[in-house]
Ligand binder design. Structure first.
Ligand code: GDP
Ligand code: MG
Length: 370
């Protein structure tokens, strides 16, 4: 996976060197026979020749920037857990998210209006918890397909009157694959036909054994509708979060993940991001997927303008040149030229993949490689 000369690439592709040089020219690269070309160029060439090129390891400077650098453990501080809610349709995910938001946010906020930005934070016993508003399922599939891991803890909602259903099992599998701890919220406990033990029994068959039955899984009976058990659930989240030892460096290089994004008629591309390390500030130059820009404004989940956002904070940012994808990772650059170069490189790669008849290359492959 080291850079190769034009001659070596020609040999590898079983093509004439002159032809390779011509193709390179067509791709906008002037190269001589003994010149080394990088993996990007080799991939682009592969596209031209319909040859699949597999890049083993990212090795360009920008790719290395995207890797999470090891932080000195002594400077890491605790950060709030990031929680998603999963479960079968109609088992009460949305009602639970609303119940948490209403009991913990609206009641304590003057004005009481919360902004819908795709995620929100609540505070309990002076400690914060971040909830992702996106359906947990999407948070796992879309984001993980792009290599993003945003969830620290997942709440599995199971309706006490309905029991384990296909999407319940699917949720368990997603969480297990991602190695994310599960807390079971047995919902609709207010219903006359609710049966907590039946849910515990059914989940045992999927490897989730309740603590009181000798297992390790926390079960919290709740009624999202009647707002019962919400505080207990939040306390259990904090307990699990403590054991998970979630840390970040607020002074490190700011990076994180796009939670959702759309084009706002008045403000342009607007993206809700989750800061995962460092502190994102207004004025920062951000690269996210194929787009970059300077953060012009940030709005928190209470609809307030903020100047900075630290680890685990969800915040909406304005200022990107284009709309990024959910699951794109962002990183802050101190050099606008570098930021532009990286996004151009990515766009070129995508264009080459689209132009070439390579059906194998998907967008997600591209992200993995860069
Ligand atoms: P989702 O599809 O998982 O998001 O489920 P929803 O939150 O939309 O809830 C589905 C239905 O169940 C709605 O009619 C809710 O009012 C109802 N529901 C949710 N939680 C409870 C609960 O704790 N008790 C009762 N009785 N109904 C609930
Ligand atoms: Mg819903």
């Amino acid at each position: 996976d080291s850079p190769m000369t034009v001659a070596e690439v020609a040999k590898l592709f079983k093509k004439e060197t002159a032809d390779v040089i011509k193709k390179l020219l067509f791709l906008g690269m002037m190269a001589t026979i003994n010149q080394e070309i990088d993996t990007d160029a080799i991939e682009l060439l592969g596209g031209e020749y319909n040859i699949e090129v597999e890049v083993r390891a990212p090795r360009d400077e920008e790719a290395e920037d995207m890797l999470v650098e090891e932080e000195d453990p002594s400077i890491l501080v605790n950060r709030p857990p990031v929680v998603t809610i999963m479960g079968h349709v109609d088992h009460g995910k949305t009602t639970l998210l609303d119940a948490i938001r209403e009991t913990k946010v609206t009641a304590t906020e003057a004005g009481g209006i919360t902004q819908h930005i795709g995620a929100y934070q609540v505070e309990i016993n002076n400690r914060k918890i971040t909830f992702l508003d996106t359906p947990g399922h999407a948070a796992f599939t879309t984001m993980r397909a792009r290599g993003a891991q945003v969830t620290d803890i997942t709440i599995l909602v199971v309706a006490a009157d309905d029991g384990v259903m296909p999407q319940t099992v699917e949720a368990i599998n997603h969480a297990k694959a991602a190695n994310v701890p599960i807390i079971v919220a047995v919902n609709k406990i207010d219903k006359p036909d609710a049966n907590l033990d039946r849910i515990k029994q059914e989940l045992t068959e999927h490897g989730l054994v309740a603590e009181e039955w000798g297992g390790e899984t926390i079960f919290v009976p709740i009624s999202a509708l009647k707002k019962q058990g919400i505080e207990e659930l939040l306390e259990m989240i904090l307990l699990v979060s403590e054991m998970a030892e979630l840390r970040a460096n607020p002074d490190g290089r700011p990076r994180g993940t796009i939670i959702e994004a759309q084009l706002d008629k008045a403000r342009g591309p607007a993206a809700t991001v989750l800061v995962q390390n460092g502190t994102l500030k207004v004025g920062d130059i951000v690269v996210a997927g194929m787009t970059y820009g300077r953060v012009r404004a940030m709005v928190n989940d209470r609809g307030r303008r903020v100047k900075e956002a630290g680890p685990s904070a969800p915040v909406e940012i304005i200022g990107l040149s284009d709309v990024p994808h959910a699951g794109d990772q962002f990183v802050v650059y101190d050099d606008e030229r570098k930021a532009r170069a990286l996004t151009e490189k990515r766009s070129n790669k995508l264009r080459a993949a689209e132009m070439g008849a390579q059906t194998r290359v998907t967008l997600d492959d591209l992200y993995k490689q860069i």
